[in-house]
Write a protein that binds this ligand. Sequence first.
Ligand code: ZN
Length: 499
Amino acid sequence: MKNFLKKHWSKILIGTVILALFVAIPFIFKPSEEVGAINSYKMTLDYNDENKTISCQEEVLYYNNSSNAFSSIFFHLYPNAFREGATVKVVSSNNFKQAFPNGESYGHIEITSVTERKGDQLEFKIGGEDENILEIVLPEPLYPDESVTVVISFSSILPNANHRYGYGENTINIGNFYPIACVYEDGKGFFTKPYHSNGDPFYSEVANYEVELTVPSKFVVASSGTRQTSSQDDSNVTYNFSGEKIRDFCLVLSEKFEVASCTLGSVTVNYYGYSGDENLQEKADFAGKCVETYNKLFGAYPYSCLNVVKANFVHGGMEYPNLVLISDSVSNEDYNYVIAHEIAHQWWYGVVGTNQYEHAWIDEGLAEYSTYLFFQENPEYGLRYNNMISNALSNYKFFVQVYERVNGQVDTSMDRPLDQFATEPEYVQLTYTKGVLLFDNLRETLGEKKFMKALCDLYKEYAYKNINSAELIATFSSSTGRNLENLIKSWINGTVVIA
Ligand SMILES: [Zn+2]
């Protein structure tokens, strides 16, 4: 996600520092096709525009990749965070008006049945801390390396909200809308934390998707995956999408979309703007430039399509696999910046995943730092790396000073769960800004070549997996031949002194 607080890069002065060019990487790594047994989701969904409702049948082929037997399996029900009476908040009070311009509005998801593939009903419970979890009780234990197929039927209603899940004036954002499997970690169990207004409260594993969507034919549809076919009757159109090895699936509908595209080898980059926008092709080309740059810096984007989608959205932008949202409220001068940040998440979140609830600094720190690298590599856009770093440093120091003055103390640890950041600015400064400063410090310490190799190794080693802080430290250390544990830990634990 891109969250704008006091950061206005337009104010960054144009510097005169001549920066060293990156050492060219002769071979562009592409993540392997082999990922082992992963879950599959087959969804058939209908969107009713009059009622703003979705009805869906979702068939999940679920693998137990752990070393324990499961008597139940668990799924997140994120739309319930939007229901009346939810205890978690989907936005901070500062962003309430931007998210709900017409006043508070509610949505939810209702599970109507859960069956086995052959049709027998399965027992299920709605639970978790905030009605955010679907537990499916299995008729017999699911042992390691076994799979089970469950069919979940649900109906849901979208709130009137400029959010990941909601309809606004220009677009209908259908993100985090279906029951998605909770990640199981040996020793920790299923991850079942509810939504949070800070950050992107999500954690999932890559899976294969087949999605059939029926919508009124007035809509243009942007999606994760790639579009396979479409067929039309009098008033509706049905699309079939498929996605392989992606960790979520998002759809955005609009009557206003107009699309411009560019091609980079086997990858098609589409920009969905609004009809009448004069810069459609320019934005598609800019997005293509981002993909080209990150391909060169970290390794190849392994999917055939990327959709950059203008949408009504409360924050600056939001990442989903193969699809990013760019808020239509972002100013012209910040628009490219947000595109570059969200596209960087295709590498850091999409391919290399994280528990974004527990370790937000990893994907946000890396995406934000990659954005700096993008502008360093492409000086024609007028942002200078060294200026961006000094700006980040002053923002961070200002934050520390203010918090110390107001609260008497400031917790500068980075590796905290989202609900452990007292405010949104604290979350943003410690995950995005301090994340950038940490990676800049590693680059200074290791030198350009070793640092960039470590990022490539991270991409190679953790493609289609999830990485935590200890694994990131281990990869950086083994890639560079230096023990970086104390250095990186001093940053994330908050003991480093930043002068
Ligand atoms: Zn982000």
